[in-house]
Design a protein around this ligand. Structure first.
Ligand code: MN
Length: 243
């Protein structure tokens, strides 16, 4: 008998798989993902399962490439297809944060500097309101010493999830960032505006002087509006990747 993984949480509608594949391509189109980067969503009917592409360049992902995994990062399918080595990052955040239903992880170039220096990433404008909840930096050295930097074990994933805490975005020192959300479009929106706001902050810094970013209360209020209207952005981004 062939070895099989953990049981599936149940069939997932084809259009849900399509949306997740589209999310991957949107994040490439918007300059957040390059040849690397991955986005996942919690299984719609099984909270202890999640969906993400097999290990593949994000621009190439289609619905057929989506795998189902358990929160132990085990594929719910017979051996064969190669999952991402950083699937632990997704699994451990889903385990730690029941409110999170989608996660994006990338290495976009405007964000990386803020994981290297002590200057915090701030919410420069309303689209980036979610950054006003705070943006912790996860330094893998603190717990694991000199590593290959990637989140390729449950222990590393759990430490990252702990660093994320209750916020929406965590930076990974010398690596990239993770954005989470209550829906797939929300996580994609936050990943995109983490990158854009980082770019705006770098530009504002060249002007000198203090940075009058959104404070926590403004952030909460503007984030609520963004979450209520994210569908409009989603439809546009989707159209751009599907023609
Ligand atoms: Mn990575």
């Amino acid at each position: 008998m062939a070895l099989v993984g953990p049981a599936s949480g149940g069939a997932v509608a084809r259009d849900v798989l399509e949306e997740l594949a589209i999310a991957s391509r949107i994040l490439v189109d918007q300059g957040v993902f390059d040849a690397a980067g991955h986005v996942s969503m919690r299984h719609p009917s099984a909270p202890d399962r999640f969906l993400m592409s097999r290990s593949l360049a994000p621009a190439l992902v289609t619905a057929d490439d989506i795998m189902e995994l358990s929160l132990d990062s085990e594929p719910c399918e017979p051996p064969g297809r190669q999952p991402f080595i950083e699937r632990y990052l997704h699994a451990e955040i889903y385990r730690a944060r029941p409110d999170v239903r989608a996660i994006a992880h990338g290495h976009s170039p405007s964000v990386v500097p803020f994981g290297l220096v002590s200057t915090p990433l701030v919410a420069t404008y309303h689209n980036a309101a979610f950054l006003a909840y705070g943006v912790p930096v996860f330094d893998i050295r603190e717990k694991f010493g000199a590593t290959d930097i990637v989140i390729n074990s449950a222990a590393r994933g759990a430490a990252l999830a702990e660093a994320l805490g209750d916020t929406c975005v965590v930076l990974l020192r010398a690596h990239g960032f993770v954005a989470v959300g209550p829906t797939l479009p929300a996580a994609v929106f936050r990943a995109i505006f983490t990158e854009v706001s980082a770019r705006v902050q770098l530009q504002a810094a060249t002007l000198g002087g203090p940075m009058a970013a959104l404070d926590a209360e403004e952030g909460r209020k503007a984030d609520a509006i963004n979450l209520a209207t994210v569908g409009r952005s989603w439809e546009l981004w989707k159209r751009r990747t599907t023609g």
